[in-house]
Ligand binder design. Sequence first.
Ligand code: 5GP
Ligand code: ZN
Length: 114
Amino acid sequence: MDGCIFCKIVRKEVPAKWAGESSGAIAFHDVNPQAPVHVLIIPKEHIGSVMELNPGHGPILEEIFALAQTCVKNEKIAFSGFRLVMNYGPDAGQSVHHLHVHLLGRRKLAWPPG
Ligand code: 5GP
Ligand code: ZN
């Protein structure tokens, strides 16, 4: 996807602070962090949102969550806790239309979320 900011990060046309990588996924620090740890985990291939997922995406989803586990371990927040979030649509404030999981941690996170 030519105009997609996250595809540009995957291709390294836009810089990002790297947090990890596997064969099909990358993790990088959010440019506007909402917590002391705020990492985005995304597939290298362009998938627009959770609503575009189909059964064929099973392996890449597994990879995304495996990379999230690695980031949790690297950030040493497994004991204190963390939150994984996927926003979809206007009510959730989704702003980038390339599938991504937010990893938030190292502070107390309110529930229910705002
Ligand atoms: P959404 O609101 O779609 O769930 O999350 C998109 C996230 O991507 C936001 O938290 C936003 O700060 C982050 N973001 C948008 N553009 C960039 C960018 O160019 N670099 C990085 N590192 N994060 C970005
Ligand atoms: Zn994309």
